[in-house]
Design a protein around this ligand. Structure first.
Ligand SMILES: Nc1ncnc2c1ncn2[C@@H]1O[C@H](COP(=O)(O)OP(=O)(O)OP(=O)(O)O)[C@@H](O)[C@H]1O
Ligand SMILES: [Mg+2]
Length: 555
């Protein structure tokens, strides 16, 4: 009989061990299952927690981002506003004829003004927000106007008008020769560039349409059959032009291609004054749509680039028939445009948009917080001085605005009304970050008053008074704003001395100087405490002190 290797006792022991191992294995298995379950629950909880935390964090980030975007938009807008929502520039075309005298020049002392030599030999001076001289290149001209164009990206409406008599260079400024393009092409390309820079968060699309207003009819220039275009004002206050072709432009080359095709369809004629005279107002309308992928917000801004037909003295051009009809339509609409801009500047209740197609079409782009720039073009030749003078009159008409009136009327307040004057204004200014244009004007007026006593004293003038409501004085007052941003106080000072025409000079009247000084000192803070920094305009304090010092030393 075979002998068993394991006896019964050992077998029992082994069985017990095997059972123990099995139950341990079961326990471990259960433990693993429990752990897995616990882990799954934990992970789910963790995910929930993370999701809610991330969502919160993201929400805060989006809020902050929105606030930053809004702040940037407002700052840019304020910057443009400081320069004025409606601005008037002069552009003097270079002399085209070698013969004859140059009757219009920039005022050598003041790049805010031009001097005009009138036919009788009398010299007159006229101011604007800026004078673009003959030496400026197309690129430099564009740089002068480009800040206002960027507003369009932020959803503001912008209008740039080229105004002036026939042959003075409006089409040159807006279209320019192909090899040296004007504002139209450069503006749209700039919009592309800015849009591309911001493309990360916001997706932009840029659409272009081009129409002309000929004899009070609007025609589509991007359609060779020149189909008629209508104007429709939507309930949202947005204006549309049913019937006009709108092309989404995709590159700089595409822009010039589209502009070129529109240009070929324009109404032009050979007149006595210009071999290729524009007989219609040409409006290039650029629409910039932006959708922010983070915030979901969208903006729409319109940029209207308007090459106006030339203002003509019908009697002088021997116009008859069709040309006479065209000239009458042109003159009527230009005059209506002037009325609208003037009414806007003066904040009138009724703005006569509906009186002609040009202003009807631009109603949404001229209204509200839109930005408008009128470039008044002037021929420098003496034989065109009559036409230039009437263009200057147009510029002066639309420049008659609240801003100047306010500046003129606030200045005496500083001097004479002590409690209501400077202190209140300064307190008001302390609240804001960036002064508005009016506030800056006020600061200038105030600055002039502050400067006046030293000047009067040194000139041994007997009498002083408040700033007169003369355009030239107010303009000079305007020009003092330069000191806040440009370090040109020395040259400005020298120029003023040479010219012997410092703004305060004509403020003389019958008020004794002592009285005037007292009034000024009483109505403003002491010089050391002059709260220039409190109205966010710090340089003027430093510069004006320098100027005052120089006046007292050298006059
Ligand atoms: N800044 C400039 N530099 C050189 N040439 C200029 C300049 N401005 C205008 N010209 C030239 O003067 C002529 C008339 O200019 P343009 O056609 O632009 O006048 P316009 O004001 O548009 O006239 P219109 O009202 O009749 O259309 C053109 O030959 C143009 O090339
Ligand atoms: Mg033209």
């Amino acid at each position: 009989m075979a002998r068993s290797i394991i006896d019964d006792g050992q077998l029992k022991k082994l069985k017990r061990v095997a059972e123990d191992l099995k139950s341990e294995k079961d326990e471990l298995r259960q433990l693993a299952l429990d752990t897995k379950e616990a882990f799954t629950v934990c992970m789910a909880e963790l995910r929930l927690m993370l999701e809610s935390k991330t969502a919160d964090f993201f929400r805060v980030l989006v809020e902050r981002y929105k606030a930053e975007m809004e702040k940037r938009r407002q700052l840019h807008n304020q910057l443009v506003e400081i320069n004025g929502n409606i601005r008037v520039f002069f552009r003097i075309r270079p002399m085209l004829e070698a013969v004859g005298e140059q009757a219009i020049k920039m005022d050598e002392m003041d790049d805010w003004a031009i001097d005009v030599l009138q036919p009788g030999g009398k010299k007159t001076s006229h101011g604007a927000d800026r004078v673009l001289t003959t030496t400026l290149t197309q690129k430099q001209i564009f740089e002068e106007v480009s800040p206002v164009i960027t507003s369009c990206i932020d959803g503001y409406n912008v209008c740039i008008f080229a105004y002036g008599a026939t042959g003075c260079g409006k089409t040159y400024t807006m279209e320019g020769p192909i090899e040296d393009p004007g504002i139209n092409q450069r503006a749209i390309i700039q919009l592309f560039q800015v849009a591309n820079e911001k493309q990360g968060d916001t997706k932009y699309s840029i659409q272009l349409s081009m129409v002309e207003i000929y004899n009070e009819k609007i025609r589509d220039l991007l359609n060779s059959s020149l189909s008629t275009v209508n104007i429709r004002m939507g309930e949202d206050g947005r204006l549309t032009l049913p019937g006009s072709t709108s092309i989404t432009v995709t590159s700089a080359e595409h822009v010039s291609q589209v502009l070129e095709s529109g240009r070929a369809n324009k109404a032009i004629a050979c007149t006595q004054a210009n071999a290729s005279s524009s007989r219609s107002h040409v409006v290039v309308r650029v629409t910039v749509n932006g959708v922010n992928s983070i915030t979901g917000e969208s903006t729409t801004g319109h940029l209207n680039l308007v090459d106006l037909a030339g203002s003509e003295r019908v009697s002088q051009t021997n116009a008859t028939g069709q040309v006479l009809k065209e000239a009458q339509a042109i003159n009527k609409s230009l005059s209506e445009l002037g009325n609208v801009v003037l009414a806007l500047r003066q904040n009138q209740k009724h703005i006569p948009f509906r009186n002609c197609q040009l202003t009807r079409m631009l109603e949404d782009s001229l209204n509200g917080d839109s930005k408008t720039l009128v470039i008044v073009h002037l021929s420098p030749e003496s034989r065109h001085v009559t036409e230039s003078t009437s263009s200057i009159a147009f510029a002066e008409k639309i420049s008659k605005d609240l801003r100047f009136v306010q500046c003129a009327s606030l200045a005496p307040t500083v001097c004479t009304n002590r409690s209501m004057g400077c202190q209140r204004q300064l307190a008001m200014l302390k609240g804001g970050d960036i002064p508005t244009r009016m506030q800056l004007n006020f600061a200038c007026a105030e600055f002039l008053q502050w400067l006046a006593p030293t000047w009067f004293e040194n000139k041994k003038a007997k009498k002083a008074s408040t700033i007169r409501r003369e355009p030239r004085e107010i303009r000079k007052c305007e020009s003092l704003r330069r000191f806040s941003s440009i370090e040109s106080i020395d040259s400005a000072y020298d120029a003023a001395l040479v010219k012997e025409d410092w703004p305060v000079k004509s403020q003389l009247d019958n008020e004794p100087i002592e009285e005037s000084r007292e009034a000024i000192e009483d109505s403003t803070s002491p010089v050391e405490e002059r709260p220039t920094s409190s109205f966010g305009y710090p340089e003027i304090g430093v510069e004006s002190k320098k100027l005052k010092l120089r006046f007292s030393r050298s006059v």
